[in-house]
Design a protein around this ligand. Structure first.
Ligand code: UT7
Length: 339
């Protein structure tokens, strides 16, 4: 019997051109290059905007278009050949509607295909990948575009009160084309969530439950409701626990061990979390990192890291690669792929 599965046949990425160094951040808030590098491993990030000031690129959609066109070209796929678009982001250009259908129009995709909006934060790309993989495996689609992209710089609290989040997050992301194959590409995706921790990382506002979607006080005070709040230590601990766990789970479910893996491409949240992941897996596999250059780009981080790893020749045909994430929700997961 022929197996039908999805494989990544093309990849692209996009980031704003403007680099924001740690020293630049110390002009807005009480922080230092030394603290940021020691506690996070981040040296700089790309920002499209700084407060109201546009630094270059104008929107999440604009960057997604660049990444998607590169992925399509890399795959040798025409936009009209796409059977679905899946767009993972927590920072769409507008709250309603999201960016997915508009991306289809800008690319020149057909109108008779679905455009999915996925908002699972740092795990958004893996959640999108699972939808794409399922559509292809069930023979509903031949070619699917999966995007993970963020423009977070507009929403950060640049005062000292917001320093534990503002120094972490950056803009950018990537896109992949999934294509049906008779030999397995994506071998298994394991996703998980635990809503008990929903309050530990997120925004207070806006929200439809609050009487008014937005209130004047949402913009006031040292910790405005419209900027992210996070219990960093708890998230650090949970990320360091869940990512190695889920990596072992997908490997075990497919009958592989750590030694079979060539590389892990993890969500880039903190270099110390990646070091913990490596430690938990007893240093037996390479863990890709580009956090020093981009910070945490939420749903954009895995496709951006994967695109760079491929470009650097760290992911080669035939190798076993694992993608893994942990973030708000909480949600986490891992995808095992034969490249
Ligand atoms: O994408 C998934 C979601 N996010 C994550 O995975 C993030 C997970 N957490 C982390 O990466 C870390 O917890 C942080 C980098 C956010 C914080 O590092 P930490 O070592 O856990 O520091 P902390 O929050 O315990 O704060 C230690 C001190 C505090 O000062 P006091 O109370 O000891 O005087 C903070 O106010 O460091 C201070 N601090 C800073 N100092 C300089 C917090 N942020 C900064 C900063 N610059 N940017």
């Amino acid at each position: 019997m022929t197996t039908r599965s999805a494989a990544i046949s093309g990849i692209g990425y996009a980031t704003p051109r403007h680099k924001v160094t740690n020293a630049m951040l110390s002009e807005f808030m009480d922080t230092s290059d030394q603290w940021i590098q020691e506690r996070t491993g981040i040296k700089e990030r790309r920002w499209a905007r700084c407060g109201f000031e546009a630094l270059g690129e104008t929107s999440n959609l604009e960057m997604a278009l660049v990444a998607a066109r590169a992925a399509l070209q890399n795959a040798g796929t025409a936009p009209q050949e796409l059977d679905a678009i899946i767009y993972a982001t927590i920072t769409p250009d507008r709250e309603l509607p999201g960016n997915a259908a508009r991306l289809g129009v800008e690319l020149g995709a057909r109108a008779d295909i679905p455009a999915y909006e996925v908002r699972n934060h740092c795990s958004g790309f893996l959640y999108g990948l699972q939808i794409g993989n399922a559509l292809i495996s069930a023979a509903r689609c031949e070619r699917v575009l999966v995007v993970g992209m963020e423009l977070q710089s507009t929403g950060l609290n640049l005062c000292t009160a917001g320093r534990n989040t503002a120094v972490l997050f950056g803009d950018g992301g990537g896109a992949v084309v999934l294509q049906a194959r008779s030999t397995p590409g994506i071998l298994r995706i394991k996703l998980a969530s635990d809503g008990r921790y929903a309050e530990k990382l997120g925004l207070e506002a806006p929200g439809f439950k609050r009487g008014y979607y937005l209130k004047t006080e949402d913009f006031c005070g040292e910790q405005p409701g419209v900027s992210p709040r996070m219990e960093g230590k708890l998230i650090f601990k949970m990320a360091s626990l869940r990512m190695p766990q889920v990596v072992r789970t997908v490997l075990g479910e497919c009958g592989f061990s750590i030694e079979d893996l060539s590389i892990i491409i993890p969500h880039q949240a903190n270099q110390r979390i990646l070091d913990m992941l490596s430690h938990e897996l007893e240093g037996r596999v390479e863990i890709f990192s580009n956090i020093a250059s981009y910070g945490n780009t939420t749903a954009g981080s895995i496709p951006l890291a994967l695109a760079e790893a491929v470009a650097q020749g760290k992911v080669k045909p035939g190798q076993l690669v694992c993608l893994t994430s942990f973030g708000a929700g909480f949600s986490w997961g891992a995808a095992l792929c034969r490249w």
